[in-house]
Design a protein around this ligand. Sequence first.
Ligand code: SAM
Ligand code: SF4
Length: 326
Amino acid sequence: MIQDRFGRTHNYLRISLTDNCNMRCFYCMPEEDYDFTPVSKLMQAHEIEALAKIFVEEGVDKIRLTGGEPLVRKDAANILLALSKLPVKLTLTTNGTRLHEFVPVLREAGVRSLNISLDTLQADKFQVMTRRNLFDKIYNNIHLLIDHGFHVKVNMVVMKGLNDNEIPDFIAWTKHTPVHVRFIEFMPFSGNRWTSNKVVSLEEILAAIAIKYDYIRLQDAENDTAKGFTVPGHAGTFAIISTMTSPFCSGCNRMRLTADGKMKNCLFSRTETDLLSAFRRGDDVRPLIHQSIQDKAKELGGQFTTDFEHLHAETIDNRSMITIGG
Ligand code: SAM
Ligand code: SF4
């Protein structure tokens, strides 16, 4: 069992397969020119499998693949199938652009639920936010996966003045479609142009919904980072991930492995532990995993508090989101 000083048991590992991506979401990538990590520096498929196995032996029972965009990695299907042999709930977070190629593999790997990111329902705004003309592909793939019986959660990062006016449109989408929309408060990462006045808080999101809809609170699953709701009569649900105004750190069970094999004990951790180099040297990585979790801060990586109005993103010591794996 992997436990920290605050009694939190860590049974959920998020593995980034790559920092490469076929989109350019401005809130995720650093502003300056960014070179993707060369493939040779990334964890190889057999290394991902071996490290994941060690985590499972230490108590992990849920693994999420993320990135960058996990499905741009050429051996993504093989990695999915290899990890599906482990006794874990396997899932992934994807931008959805390649999902139509992966339906049989996802089935074979036993994936039942996945998170797909879509921040706007307007194709022209999508192009501005991602610098790619891929709205229709993603929207169609979301429906394709739902039609194939997958549980689809849609991640929507809410930003003031940009897409917050679309909150009711996303709720309208849940009326006849069994889609589970998750509104995410905008978070600060290295070089992502975050400012506190762009955050749309949990309260503000609920207020925007209440203008048009009555909603009810749903019972959250243990360790859930999202507060769930539904509008009675709607086929889908919605939830809010309120990392900035009401974080979920007290129930945190997450650990992260970056694509270059560094373990992060928190999304906002300042430090990281180089598991891949140790593994390549033939060292036992178990003590490193436990030490990393022992060193975990109580909340938000020890870097800020919910008093985020006075926060300056450049004072946070972290990677960019695309290199962490959200
Ligand atoms: N490429 C995949 C995707 O877009 O779903 C997986 C990686 S992406 C980094 C994972 C999630 O992080 C996405 O849902 C994305 O919207 C979210 N994300 C990225 N930057 C964020 C930020 N600054 N604040 C909140 N969420 C963010
Ligand atoms: Fe790529 Fe996902 Fe980041 Fe967008 S949010 S740039 S799709 S990794």
